[in-house]
Design a protein around this ligand. Structure first.
Ligand code: DGJ
Length: 741
């Protein structure tokens, strides 16, 4: 609901939260409150909340007319640096060589209902959402700023975006236009980020907020392996189920910044948006520019409360809703099975074996085009390699379909290898500075997706393949980041090079949008050397993303735990791979690998022809079990049972749907004589219902929630006969099915 009180206060609320903003004494937009629901409030209450007589000593005042008013001590909705507030602002503009200090005053507002899904740009959608659009103007500088707030009846999320319009006759330059701004009256939080590197993405890292700026960012042209746009402010006493957490995420895939600034009074300003370090945009007279959307979240129920918000938001308002019911196929991917060393015959035998075991989609990974026998060649010329497919690719795809499986194909649309026609014919289509030296990554260059002609060329090349071969699934890879960012196209148009990074991402979205408009049923799996572009922008088009090139199940425990704070189970695909694992050379049992990968969309990525009969039987049994439980494992509500930490040895994950649950218990390293009886208390069960645990033990919901599930017995030095878990890398799956009493 959105209430406007006396044209001064805006109360955005539902049963679980309120977000209150107002017009401050100077006419600008101030922030008052974000937290548990205050319900409907009247003017008297709003005045009480807004009343403040603190004397911000030592500060510069906003204007001689408002002698005791300073922006320095006010929580603001869209702050500007340098107009009595010295914190970093959400907006920076200039006109010619003059820095502008905008002074946006409230002019009007509009409330609308609903938001359509539109492929042109990733943005939250929903039939039932309410949108508040507040128009602010700076008359003197001839600028308009529209701030949009969107809320949903069932969520605490507030979605935001900012749009600036240049009403003057001279152009302006935008150096900064943030998406999210959240002001908090305190800073007693840890800053939680999802960080890592290639092969170890989105590990949870936490550090206490202190006076000054705590920030994460990407300058790589993609949201990156190293940092994720998601960040949370976690109350120091928060647990899995209690405590306040505020979080922020962007529906954006390019260079970003997310930062929290704590001022001298201990208040905190969280902001997130396009990274200003690599951004400038020229706005000519009459033009407008809109920031990507961002969302902030609030919970008073710890990490599980946070995940309920972030998961529902992504699932119901970002990812295409059709993927809530359409099943995600169990994939067999040939990458780790063959790498580049394959021909049709080899793939046929892999496909046959996979179909026998119950796999549902054969994904042909890198190496099917040009003369791509190594990763140094052929990107950008998307023509089937006749040596590997003498009968054409359609022949192989038809064969896969005859086996009853779907067919998926790998592309890396944004890249070009120097040995291709495309590169030779269009050297100016490559992202590189006119300098002689250009950095190279994996032997390849990045195509200038800021140039619509480049996107168009790649679209038509992909279209040719997609129209001649039956393809159900695309894996969209992106294996290097951008360096020496420079676009000859922008130069020709006399546009600023500072526009490049954002225009590049718009080009990526454009290609996604054109493909999906033409092939609406295509399942596109996002990928960027694994998890180098795992964000809500990509999820808008790709309902799932390959989360890491590290397929080691032990490493995945941490990657999945971190990823799950911001993104639901349905968003990351997990593949069972061979041992020793290719990335870390670790040995783990097939049971362990299958027990980890079954949470979320499942796949296999290993040479099935090299497995023993016993292993094949286990895979077949797992696939058939997974098919029966896929709905709960992919679309169920996830919660953590053991404390979410940064360096865990044990993990207990639960997923629930329709009064059924599946619990996965994992221990990385065995510890001698460590545990006797430990219990895992469950949630979200019906107290009065009886549940059958793994088809054997019957327990009531009340017992399972108050006493808990008994942890499986670990070998403790002498109980070999009764131990359920032995050695390192232990796992155990509990299936909890309701039984009416
Ligand atoms: C990186 C991806 O993450 C891998 O899964 C695989 O597709 C390779 N690229 C292929 O080059």
């Amino acid at each position: 609901m959105i209430d406007v009180i006396n044209n001064k206060y805006f109360n955005l609320y539902n049963e679980s939260f309120s977000y209150l903003l107002y017009i401050m004494d100077n006419g600008q937009l101030g922030h008052l409150y974000y937290g548990d629901s205050l319900g409907k409030i009247d003017e008297n209450t709003a005045d009480y909340i807004a009343y403040s007589k603190n004397k911000a000593s030592g500060t510069v005042k906003y204007s001689p007319d408002l002698a005791s008013f300073t922006l320095a001590d006010h929580m603001q909705e869209y702050p500007t640096y340098g107009t009595s507030d010295y914190r970093e602002g959400a907006i920076s503009l200039s006109r010619g060589d003059e820095v502008l200090y905008p002074d946006f005053k409230f002019k009007s507002y509009k409330i609308t209902h609903g938001q359509k899904r539109d492929l042109a740009m990733p943005q939250a959608y929903g039939d039932d959402c309410d949108n508040l659009i507040i128009t602010l103007v700076d008359e003197e500088k001839e600028l308009t700023l529209d701030l949009t707030y969107t809320i949903f009846p069932e969520l605490t999320a507030v979605v935001r975006k900012a749009e600036i319009t240049n009403n003057g006759k001279d152009s302006i330059e935008i150096q900064n236009l943030q998406s999210n701004v959240l002001s908090l009256p305190d800073s007693n939080y840890d800053f939680l980020q999802l960080s890592g590197a290639w092969l170890k993405e989105r590990h949870i890292k936490k550090r206490p907020l202190e006076q000054g700026i705590t920030k994460i960012e990407s300058l790589r042209g993609a949201s990156s392996h190293q940092e994720n746009p998601f960040a949370a402010l976690v109350a120091r006493d928060a647990t899995n189920d209690t405590g306040r957490i505020y979080a922020s995420n962007l529906i954006y895939s390019g260079n970003f910044i997310t930062q929290a600034e704590v001022d001298e009074w201990g208040t905190c300003r969280l902001m997130s948006g396009i990274n200003p370090a690599t951004f400038t945009w020229r706005l000519n007279s009459g033009e407008h520019f809109t920031s990507p959307e961002g969302a902030v979240f609030y919970t008073n129920s710890g990490y599980n409360g946070l995940m309920r918000q972030t998961h529902a938001f992504a699932r119901d308002h970002v990812i295409d809703s059709k993927w809530k019911t359409k099943k995600r196929p169990i994939v067999i991917n040939n990458w780790e099975a063959t790498y580049f060393d394959f021909n049709e015959e080899k793939l046929v035998s892999l496909a046959k074996r996979a179909a026998d075991l119950g796999a549902e989609c054969f994904v042909l990974d890198d190496g099917w085009f040009g003369h791509r026998d190594t990763d140094r060649t052929s990107l950008g010329n998307w023509i089937v390699d006749k040596k590997k497919f003498p009968n054409g690719l359609a022949h192989f795809s038809d064969y896969v379909h005859q086996l009853g499986m779907q067919f998926g194909l790998w592309f890396e649309p944004e890249m070009v290898s120097p040995d291709t026609e495309l590169y030779k014919k269009h050297p100016d289509w490559v992202v590189r500075h006119p300098y002689k030296r250009a950095s190279i990554g994996r032997g390849q260059y990045v195509l200038d997706f800021a140039n619509p002609a480049v996107v168009d060329n790649i679209y038509h090349q992909m279209l040719a393949i997609l129209s001649s071969v039956k393809i159900d699934y695309i894996k969209w890879d992106m294996n290097r980041n951008i360096t020496e960012a420079y676009s000859s196209y922008l130069k020709k148009l006399a546009r600023l090079q500072g526009e490049f990074f954002h225009r590049y991402i718009l080009g990526v979205y454009d290609l996604y949008s054109r493909l999906l408009k033409k092939f609406p049923d295509l399942l596109i799996e996002g990928c960027a050397g694994g998890g180098g572009r795992f964000d809500l922008g990509i999820l808008y088009y790709s309902p799932q993303i390959w989360p890491s090139d590290d397929s080691d199940a032990v490493e995945r425990l941490d990657i999945m735990t971190g990823t799950l704070l911001a993104y639901p189970l349905s968003t990351f695909s997990n593949h069972v791979s061979a041992v020793p694992n290719d990335q870390v050379k670790r040995m783990t049992s097939l049971n362990f690998r299958q027990d980890v990968t079954c949470f979320g969309p499942l796949g296999y990525e290993l040479d099935l022809n090299k497995l023993s009969q016993d292993e094949l039987n286990k895979i077949k049994a797992n696939i058939s079990w997974y098919k029966k439980n896929r709905e709960i494992l992919v679309q169920g509500d996830f919660y953590q049972i053991l404390p979410v930490g940064t360096k865990n040895n044990t993990y207990a994950w639960a997923v629930s749907r329709n009064n059924q649950q599946i619990v996965g218990f994992y221990r990385k390293l065995a510890r001698p004589n460590e545990t006797l009886d430990h219990y895992l208390p469950l949630k979200d069960l019906n107290e009065k219902t009886n549940y059958l645990i793994n088809g054997k033990q019957k327990l009531s919901g009340k017992v399972l929630q108050t006493f808990g599930l008994r942890e499986p017995y670990q070998f403790n030095g002498s109980n070999l006969d009764t131990a359920q878990l032995i050695g390192d890398f232990q796992s155990y799956i509990y299936q909890i099915n309701s039984q009416n009493i």
